[in-house]
Design a protein around this ligand. Structure first.
Ligand code: PMP
Length: 414
């Protein structure tokens, strides 16, 4: 008898588990449309040209490159400065600078977007709330993260129905289930853009209605911005939900706001784990920013002590050089244009016109609405792998496999 035998096997990860299966598949026509990693037209995950340049610059800067000592718990000072500037000066020029000047943003460098969400959930569950509202459907890891990090009450709001967003239903559901005065204890996750898994985002007008309701119910927004730039091709432009939230003449965030942000997708720094958590605190509370930052420090210290140093140096170089930053925007735009080409190519072949609905469809994913039977057939008969919710990662499609994939889609019914 061993105590260890009491540990049951956990189910495989919904997304990474499929990649393991894909790797074992011997069909040379196999196509992996599961993970949200950008691949080029030859199916390769390549380094962004700007990121390569920044890496070379870093290599030449021996002092910085060879410094393998610990970073401060809340992150590299240079990274902190450049990301705060990027998020709150460039992305939110009308409201952000004032927040920085008023010292109202607690900030910590995190292990990408996942780390930002986990640290946010720890802080919230320790001091503020254990209730969170997550869209249905959402990135499956949202539930895992909030469950693991102290949340006991995980609820969902309707987001999608019959191929469309259902904003009215969403807001009605919140109004019915969140009482006005206990809203302050209800957190709500909002995907900033390029919603995962549906690829469907509210329009600006819809966002206005959503934010009015969230504000009216005094809910605490957690903005998850993992795909900034993948909607318009211009990273600052895509922070529109953050901008709308921070416009204090319209929304009185009496109790603040959380922003979880990642450079995994928009700089291709996936494995380097480069991201941040910002907590925007209410006005006229001089102690709050520092108090929150001190708690964030304790949380980080007890989990991984301090963040890794390489990726954040690369990101800082890109963000702090005006010319590299311009080139970076071009890299992002190039990626977005290729994803749009894939959408058009598929729409031409399959007639799925919602693929190219610019006002709502954005980013890496398309929700096919294929059922389990069809998804199993695609995998078993054609070696085409998609997640079981029918999400398709568009970047896995390229000039070499688009006909094969579309023919397979035609041969099975939707
Ligand atoms: N939020 C959403 C909605 C995502 O899709 C992802 C990436 N799949 C993340 C957060 C976090 O990703 P990372 O930790 O790689 O930055």
């Amino acid at each position: 008898f061993s105590l260890f035998e009491e540990i049951p096997r956990a189910p495989p990860d919904k997304i990474f588990g499929l990649t393991e299966q894909f790797n074992k598949d011997e069909n040379n026509k196999k196509v992996n449309l599961t993970v949200g990693v950008y691949k080029d037209n030859d199916g390769l995950v390549t380094t962004f040209p700007t990121v390569s340049k920044a890496q070379k610059m870093l290599e030449q800067d021996e002092k910085r490159n060879n410094d393998l000592s610990y970073l401060p718990i809340i992150g590299s000072p240079t990274y902190r400065r450049s990301v705060l500037d990027f998020l709150f000066r460039e992305s939110c020029p009308s409201s952000g600078p004032k927040l920085l000047e008023e010292n109202r943003i607690s900030f910590v460098q995190t292990l990408s977007g996942t780390g930002a969400l986990a640290v946010a959930a720890d802080l919230l569950s320790l001091f503020i709330s254990r209730t969170v509202w997550i869209p249905e459907p959402s990135w499956p890891n949202h539930i895992n993260i909030f469950k693991r990090h102290g949340f006991t009450d995980i609820r969902t709001y309707p987001y999608y129905e019959d191929g469309k967003l259902c904003v009215d239903k969403w807001l009605e559901h919140l109004r019915k289930n969140v009482k006005k005065n206990d809203g302050i204890r209800h957190c709500i996750i909002l995907h900033a853009c390029c919603h995962n898994p549906t690829g469907l985002d509210p329009t600006r007008e819809q966002w206005q209605k959503i934010l009015e309701t969230v504000n009216e119910l005094k809910m605490l927004p957690i903005i998850d911005m993992a795909y900034q730039g993948l909607e318009s091709g211009n990273p600052p432009e895509d922070a529109y939900v953050l901008r709308m939230c921070l416009d204090e003449s319209r929304y009185k965030w009496s109790h603040g706001l959380f922003l979880c942000q990642s450079f995994a997708k928009n700089m291709g720094l996936y494995g380097e784990r480069v991201g941040s958590l910002s907590v925007v605190v209410p006005p006229n509370q001089p102690e709050t920013k520092t108090n929150i930052e001190s708690q964030l420090k304790q949380i980080v210290r007890s989990i991984y002590s301090s963040p890794p140093g390489y990726g954040c140096r690369v990101a800082s170089i890109v963000l702090s050089s005006p010319s590299l930053k311009k080139e970076w925007h071009k890299d992002v735009d190039f990626m977005v244009q290729r994803l749009l080409d894939v959408r058009h190519g598929m729409c031409e072949r399959l007639g799925w016109s919602d693929l190219v609905n610019y006002t709502q469809q954005h980013g890496m994913f398309y929700y096919t609405r294929l059922n389990h039977h069809s998804l199993n057939r695609l995998r078993d008969e054609y070696s085409i792998y998609m997640t079981m919710d029918g999400r398709l990662s568009l970047s896995g499609i390229n000039d070499h496999n688009i006909d094969y994939v579309c023919d397979a889609f035609k041969s099975i019914s939707r």
